[in-house]
Design a protein around this ligand. Structure first.
Ligand SMILES: *Cc1c(COP(=O)(O)O)cnc(C)c1O
Length: 426
């Protein structure tokens, strides 16, 4: 399927008059339509809720937009909790799915009433010692180990993942928690990442529903929700077939009606914690071509770099590129598209077939709406970009300003050098 940018060259030429490149821009219309389709796909389950994985796109405007569409937040750190709470999401609308959790983060999560999802059996004592009690509702993260496969094809390797309770620990943990007064239980698992398959959730659901029925039988625990977490992927490559969320929702419903309903557990709520699926396709990194370089290879140097989008450097991830204004031109050139870091892995594309590129062209790097800006960092003293929202009415709203050198220097503000740096930036 041909990937089409949601901005045109004309739109970008207008936007840069106010907000220079590089920037991430998000498509409000696409986000809204997508979240509505998700809600519909799971509307058969009265308790269904999506807790948006804040780490994917930690921006209060995005959190509020999703909240308007019925979503809560999934957090895994103090600042993600604070951002969600300040955005008007609190109490049971926050899921705290952390690991290796510091005490102050549990304390804050408990203070704002978030549902706590324990990553390990030892955290039962740790949580109780930290906050002085155990909440009435608690969730445990499950990791069966081994490989996660569908129809003999391996999708991921939970046995090598640091997260979660083993099967035995789930039974033991539920017994301990029940003894200590916990009344409502949740089960959570995240067993495969970025799955471009309609079978992941239904297969995961089958495993968790079967476990839930047995846990209830053996421990008497009252299970109120099952959290399928994240992991639904998106087609980063144009030749990949996108997931169909209706098929996924129906697959989970089928497993529910086969396993939970007959066991008298037809009141269990289904939760999801999607990040990538909610936002990735609805974000672009827009960057301007600064240089062409003809050496051992053909290079296009742009004004964004890996600090604005780390996935290609970190995972060798593919991100599709559109040269704005040349959407229909032949792909008759081969380029490496690079940023300016002093790191040779700072390449958005390697040996990519693209139309002929000129200095001053604008490139759209696709699918950066999740795990894009948020994975940013400051290596080489590079600054984080702005974030923009393309509104449904076609206007553009700044939802995070770009960093300035003084933001980069801010943590020297308790030292004498800060004044000199300030003068340099006056
Ligand atoms: C990262 C993460 C998610 C979201 O994952 P996606 O692949 O972006 O959907 C959900 N839950 C937890 C606990 C996570 O760590």
């Amino acid at each position: 399927m041909k990937k089409k940018a949601f901005v045109t060259r004309e739109m970008v030429e207008e936007i840069v008059k106010t907000y220079p490149t590089p920037f991430h821009i998000y498509d409000e219309k696409g986000i809204r339509e997508n979240v509505k389709a998700l809600q519909e796909a799971f509307s058969w389950n009265p308790g269904y809720k999506e807790f948006f994985a804040v780490k994917a796109t930690p921006n209060p405007f995005i959190i509020e937009l999703l909240k308007e569409n019925g979503c809560g937040c999934d957090c895994s750190s103090l600042t993600e909790l604070q951002l969600s709470y300040a955005s008007g999401v609190s109490g049971e609308d926050i899921m705290f799915s952390s690991n290796d959790t510091p005490a102050e983060e549990y304390a804050y999560a408990a203070k704002i009433g978030a549902t706590i999802n324990l990553d390990d059996i030892t955290h039962i004592d740790f949580l109780e010692e930290t906050i002085g009690y155990l909440p009435k509702t608690i969730s445990c993260r499950f990791n069966p180990g081994g490989y996660f496969s569908i129809a003999n094809s391996i999708m991921d390797n939970p046995g090598d993942a640091k997260y979660g309770f083993t099967t035995e620990q789930m039974y033991e943990g539920f017994r301990i928690l029940k003894e200590r007064g916990v009344e409502n239980f949740g089960i959570h698992a995240f067993l495969a990442s970025n799955t471009v398959s309609n079978d992941y959730y239904p297969e995961l659901a089958r495993q968790l529903f079967t476990l839930a029925v047995d846990l209830r039988e053996k421990t008497g625990a009252h299970i109120t929700f099952i959290n399928l977490s994240g992991g639904i992927g998106i087609p980063y490559r144009p030749d990949q077939e996108p997931n169909d969320i209706r098929v996924i929702g129906e697959g989970v419903r089928k497993a529910y009606e086969e396993i939970l309903t007959p066991a008298g557990m037809g009141d269990v709520a289904i939760y999801t914690e999607l990040g990538r699926y909610m936002l990735a396709p609805f974000g672009h990194l827009v960057t301007k071509v600064l240089h062409e370089k003809h050496t051992h290879k053909e290079y296009i140097g742009v004004d964004a770099c890996a600090v604005n989008l780390m996935r290609p450097a970190m995972y060798g991830a593919y991100h599709h590129i559109t040269v704005l204004g040349k959407e229909d031109a032949p792909l008759d050139h081969v380029y490496d598209v690079t940023g300016s870091l002093c790191e040779n892995n700072d390449k958005f594309a390697i040996d990519r077939e693209l139309p002929e590129i000129a200095i001053g062209d604008y490139l759209v790097i696709h699918d950066t709406g999740a795990h894009g800006f948020s994975m940013g960092y400051n290596y080489n003293g590079k600054l984080r970009s702005s974030e923009l929202l393309l509104k449904e009415d076609g206007s553009v709203q700044l939802i995070r300003r770009a960093e300035t050198p003084m933001d980069y220097f801010a943590t020297f503000d308790c030292f004498p050098i800060f004044e000199k740096l300030r003068q340099e930036n006056a």
